[in-house]
Design a protein around this ligand. Structure first.
Ligand code: DUC
Ligand code: ZN
Ligand code: ZN
Length: 487
């Protein structure tokens, strides 16, 4: 057996097992897992270290244009460098359609940016904000066939949201073409009404972003979404779950047999709305949407992760620099409504979770691997990713469980130049990262060339398969013979 690389003497962890083994890598894949493997052309000493699958971050906004016309403060190069430094070897980003845009053109433009800059492997979700007849009938089916097999829709935001009827259109089109639909589910009217009241009464500081998105807005929209999902028999992924009530609604829906997947994000596990309460506009750095909540919500989300009601933890990396190019684009004294929502997280996601789950022992290393790599690979149909197995891509992160790192603004590799976790110390850090067998981070240096990341075409996979259970009104056997769903 000839190996290009042997990772020797480490403790390998997968989503199901933890064991001492060497990994042999030939070309881009793992070809041996065993003890005392023969020497490789390159040897990586992993003694005292964990050898884990590279992370998959299934929710990150990269070089994306917002509806307000602001581009994220990252390029593909900076964002995926940050990903690599944090142990992530695959990202799923967004191709964002805005009203009036041709979705096919949008996807081609975003794909070109990624081709030029990506340092890690990547796929896309398509944001559909304008589900015109041409989008639904022609563009979406063709793009899904080309490997863009997931869609994100928004139930809130003036310029992005789809109304109930359009949401059903998107869900039905996804069903007919076997794509997964990911949803930003918050009640638009509640948020608009609360925001207007807050601003009219002079409550304009960044911290008022938190009450402007009532927790009931999350619960209401989740439950409406689940009813729609049931009506059309289309599986959905609920993005960025932030509240205990949201997690409970997901549990109920799954208990009723609905095909509902869900993610949360580190900011909802490690930060609270108190982080927004800072002098001047500083709190803008902690504005994300949905907003940060409470310690009780954090506990509920951890419980939901433990129970399997939430299956993934993604970063929702949505970086805006704290200057006129980003958070302060509307001038020096914006109301919270005029400040872009989002915070960086691609680099910090895995170290924060490793610290909590492995170093501090909450749920353990196998669940860490599952939530951050194996489950996203399964749900988003990324074969060969998210696992350590013979024949799998050699996307590996070697973690030093003893390394301690204190987050600091100066240390970040993404384009925001700040971290919401500044001052927080974590134990455990990825010290060597390989993507398809090639080291892309070693000795604190990025070794990947921009554009060396590879596009990963995806199908909707098992996650996007309908359950086959039809509501009475959709079932020709019970609705006087009307066929309302194709495919
Ligand atoms: N939703 C996201 O998923 N990311 C950033 C902002 C938002 O509203
Ligand atoms: Zn969202
Ligand atoms: Zn997002």
């Amino acid at each position: 057996m000839e190996f290009d690389t042997v990772i020797r003497g480490g403790t390998v962890a997968t989503a199901s097992d933890t064991f001492a083994a060497d990994l042999g890598i030939a070309g881009e894949v793992v070809t041996a897992i065993g003890r005392d493997l023969p020497p490789g052309r390159r040897e990586i000493d992993a003694s005292g270290k964990y050898v884990l699958p590279g992370g998959i971050d299934a929710h990150c906004h990269i070089e994306q244009l917002s509806a307000a016309g602001i581009v994220n403060s990252d390029t593909w190069e900076s964002a995926t460098a940050a990903a690599a430094f944090g142990g992530t070897t695959t990202v799923i980003a967004f191709a964002a359609q805005h009203v009036g845009m041709d979705l096919t053109r949008v996807v081609a433009d975003y794909a070109a940016l990624a081709r030029k800059g990506a340092c890690v492997d990547y796929a896309f979700h398509m944001i559909v904000a304008d589900p015109t007849e041409a989008t639904l009938r022609d563009h979406l089916p063709a793009l899904i066939r080309q490997g863009y097999a997931s869609i994100k829709v928004f139930m809130t935001y003036d310029r992005l949201r789809v109304d109930d009827e359009r949401l059903l259109d998107v869900l039905a089109t996804a069903r007919e073409n076997r794509a997964l639909v990911c949803v930003h589910a918050e009640n638009h009217g509640m948020i608009a009404w609360m925001s207007r009241r807050l601003v009219e009464r002079g409550h304009v500081a960044p911290k008022f972003h938190a009450p402007s998105h009532p927790r009931l807005a999350e619960r209401e929209a989740f439950e409406r979404l689940f009813a729609f999902s049931a009506l059309v028999d289309q599986p959905v992924m609920v993005f960025h779950v932030s509240t205990a009530e949201g997690a409970a609604a997901i549990r109920r829906a799954r208990g009723e047999g609905l095909k509902v997947f869900a993610e949360t994000c580190p900011q909802y596990l490690f930060l609270t709305s108190q982080d927004l309460d800072r002098p001047g506009l500083e709190g803008a750095k902690w504005m994300c949407s949905p907003p940060l909540r409470t310690v009780a919500d954090q506990e509920a989300l951890w419980r939901a992760l433990a129970l399997g009601d939430l299956q993934t933890v993604s970063s929702d990396h949505a970086p805006y620099a704290f200057d006129a190019s980003g958070k302060l684009a509307a001038g020096a004294s914006p109301t919270f409504k005029q400040i872009a929502n989002g915070m960086p997280g691609l680099e910090a996601r895995l170290p924060l979770l490793f610290d909590a789950m492995v170093s501090k022992g909450r749920l353990g290393i196998e669940r860490f691997v599952d939530l951050t790599a194996t489950a996203p690979a399964r749900i988003y149909d990324l074969p060969g990713k998210g696992a350590i197995a013979i024949g799998a891509d050699a996307d590996i992160a070697v973690w030093d469980p003893a390394a301690t790192v204190t987050f600091a603004d100066e240390g970040v590799h993404d384009g925001t130049r700040y971290t919401p976790y500044a001052g927080r110390t974590v134990q455990g850090w990825p010290v060597v990262v390989l993507r398809r067998g090639q080291p892309i981070v070693e000795s604190g240096k990025l070794l990947a060339a921009p554009g060396s990341g590879r596009f990963l075409p995806r199908t909707g996979g098992a996650a996007a398969e309908p359950t086959g259970r039809l509501e009475a009104e959709m079932d020709p056997a019970r609705n006087f013979g009307a066929r309302l769903l194709d495919g």
